[in-house]
Design a protein around this ligand. Structure first.
Ligand SMILES: [Zn+2]
Length: 89
């Protein structure tokens, strides 16, 4: 039994430098500045007078109870069905 000379330990592999990150040019997305979303303040749509509750918005004639018309400058609009009435000026 003859001892075979063990091969010398391999030199540590040279640290491979990580490939430089490939710069991918993505099409720039233009973000539009968003206006802050205004939430409707529901409590302003009702008026409590003693024990009675008053509603300050007209109900939609098409949708019926529970659907109130949004009040714009010159018109009332229903967000549910799109019904619009123009206020007489
Ligand atoms: Zn409606």
């Amino acid at each position: 039994m003859s001892k075979q000379p063990s091969p010398p330990p391999a030199p540590p592999a040279a640290p491979t430098q990580p490939a430089p990150p490939v710069e991918e040019k993505k099409p720039e997305k233009k973000e539009k500045p968003k206006a802050p979303k205004r939430r409707i303040q529901v409590h302003k749509l009702y008026k409590i007078d003693g024990e009675t509750l008053g509603r300050l918005r007209k109900e939609c004639p098409r949708c019926g109870k529970g659907y109130f018309m949004a009040q714009h400058g010159d018109r009332l609009a229903c967000g549910h069905c799109g019904y619009t009435t123009y206020l007489k000026s």
